[in-house]
Design a protein around this ligand. Structure first.
Ligand code: GDP
Length: 366
């Protein structure tokens, strides 16, 4: 990464998220009802920040789990989400998870933590399996053990609800399109394989122990807070830097793979809705529209008055050992059962990200 490349979090003030203040938090709470408590793993990521804001705006006490001593991301969370309480813990360490769940006594646990960058999962497949796969088991075990020790301690008295961040990468080499909750999994990376384990162990703990556990099979979701290693942000940041004369070309990998992209703020709202439904279940969340990587690039460059074909090249070093060629969601169940609908379409998403990067690059490095 170049020294001038801003971090995803630098654009925090520039995207359309709700302003959350302590006053707005408590104003939403109905008088006399206990304040619900949520624990989020992966609080330092894109989804953790949007979900925390949504929960705070709905009157929750929010705790975020952070791993590692002197984790530099802790300061970012403290600065951008001052109402979130930080707890130390690690998905590799069962004891730490039990003690955090015991201490926080959450009503809802959202497991968003993972090794989430697909190419990294080929370099560190074992760590990916440990965190993205077995980490889910450890968290479910913590919930099972703490609930057995104090079954009525949560604010609702109904035990601890659990959300697992499952992924469309589980569909991999798709066997049908669009993909729904019944579509067979055929993962294509160590990341996808680990997510399949996380999904099935969530279903298993629901069926074995009656834990209110939901698995959200989310298709790609992006925002100005997306890390610059993911293709959407890499494109919007690159296009802006080319427009401003700070970069000459943009090297990408496979331009023909197709993804179903949505706005992360819409997708974290779906997570919350799953845990508010009376019945625990699994849901596909996506837009139902699929676009090639080249289409994303075309739109981003066009928004800046540029022709993407003059600047984008495919470089073999970004081609993956096995590719997921096509993903497209059938989110009918979420529309019908949860009443969930996205608010940002493909064009709106691309333009939001380009505009945010334009402001960030112009302000930070004029
Ligand atoms: P993923 O769907 O979770 O793997 O999200 P990514 O944003 O990392 O990748 C989406 C698609 O973009 C994949 O098919 C990649 O092969 C493709 N792609 C093409 N060029 C690039 C690139 O330079 N970086 C990344 N991350 N992906 C790329």
């Amino acid at each position: 990464m170049s020294k001038l490349t801003p971090r995803a979090t630098d654009t925090r003030a520039l995207d359309p998220s709700p302003a959350v203040t302590a006053a707005s938090r408590y104003a939403c709470c109905k008088e006399g009802l206990p304040v619900p408590t949520a624990l989020i793993t992966g609080i330092t990521g894109q989804d953790g920040s949007y979900l925390a804001e949504h929960l705070l705006a709905n009157g929750y006490n929010v705790y975020g789990l952070i791993r590692g001593q002197n984790n530099p991301k802790r300061q970012v969370v403290e600065a951008t989400l001052p109402d979130v309480e930080i707890e130390m813990g690690d998905l590799l360490d069962e004891t730490s998870l039990i003690s955090v769940v015991q201490k926080v006594q959450p009503d809802e646990v959202y497991n968003l933590a993972a090794i989430s960058f697909v190419p990294l999962s080929w370099n560190q497949p074992e760590l990916t399996g440990e965190i993205t796969g077995l980490g889910v088991l450890r968290l479910l075990e913590a919930i099972r053990i703490v609930t057995a020790a104090s079954p009525s301690r949560s604010a609702s008295g109904k035990g601890i609800k659990f959300y697992q961040a499952s992924s469309s990468e589980m569909f991999g080499k798709v066997t049908e399109t669009p993909q729904n909750e019944e579509t067979r999994f055929r993962p294509r990376s160590p990341y996808g394989v680990a997510k399949v384990y996380g999904h099935y162990i969530t279903v298993n703990y629901r069926e074995s122990y009656g834990i209110f556990a939901c698995s959200g099979i989310l298709f790609n979701h992006e925002s100005p807070r997306r890390g610059p290693e993911f293709v959407t942000r890499k494109i919007t940041q690159g296009a802006v830097r080319i427009k401003l004369g700070k970069q000459q070309e943009l090297l990408l990998g496979n331009l023909d793979s197709e993804r179903d992209w949505g706005f992360a703020g819409d997708y974290t709202r779906a997570m919350y809705m799953m845990l508010q439904h009376p019945e625990a279940d699994d849901y596909v969340i996506g837009s139902g529209e699929c676009h090639k990587i080249s289409e994303f690039a075309e739109l981003a460059f066009r928004h800046l008055g540029l022709d993407w074909r003059d600047y984008v090249r495919s470089d073999p070093k970004f081609i993956r050992p096995a590719e997921v060629e096509h993903l497209c969601a059938d989110a009918t169940k979420a529309h019908q059962k949860l009443g969930w609908q996205p608010t940002v379409d493909f064009k709106g998403l691309v333009e939001m990200m380009v505009e945010s990067d334009l402001k960030a690059e112009s302000q930070l490095y004029p």
